[in-house]
Design a protein around this ligand. Sequence first.
Ligand code: HEC
Length: 202
Amino acid sequence: MKLLKSITLISLCASVLLAAPKEEKVETPVEVQKTELQKTVEIGESTSKLLIQTLGKNLKEHMSKGDIMGALKFCSDKAYPITSEVNSQLPHGVTTKRISLKYRNPANAPKENEAKILESFESLRDLNVAMPEYLVEKVANKTYKFYKPIMIADNACLECHGKVSKDIDLQREITKVYPLDKAVDYKLNDLRGAVVVTITHE
Ligand code: HEC
């Protein structure tokens, strides 16, 4: 009985010893992943806010003058350069852009899993689920994509993304620059797209 006990004890110790390095291996990545995820969310929130606020501030200035054609020209000439400028100010390993399933600028078409993520936002809406604040996708070791939904939250958006066909001049101007424009016929509170922040941790 005693012998059996000590054998059990030894084998227990042995298994603990054997298991120890294994456990360490399992624990480390989980811990790292947790802080990486937290960092991803922090960087994602601040970067998406920066992009939306920078674009929004400039658009508002034009819209407040009531000059819709000027505002349209601003969007088509400047939305991309402003996005590049925001990107040039971001820390190393961080980039941002806007995507949409119904895009105006083909450069904003979703890539790889991005379309699936946008579709999943849409399905949640169809199920009457409150829109999540964000989603995080792990795309590779140390690399994540942070998705922030963009909603048609303001009637002003509908000026250029709503029933555009009723303003012939505006419609003509839009199709001149974007012959394959899909970004029309939205309604208030529709999902317009998302800001994507791609983050590679050091
Ligand atoms: C004055 C016209 C105008 C208004 C108002 C406007 N947009 Fe746009 N929007 C554009 C143009 C033009 C583009 C294409 C910009 C480019 O070439 O990158 C665009 C592009 C976008 C994109 C990128 C995806 C795509 O379709 O290419 C999103 C997202 C977007 N708009 C959301 C909004 C939201 C949300 C509002 C309201 C806050 C809004 N827009 C108001 C003209 C407008």
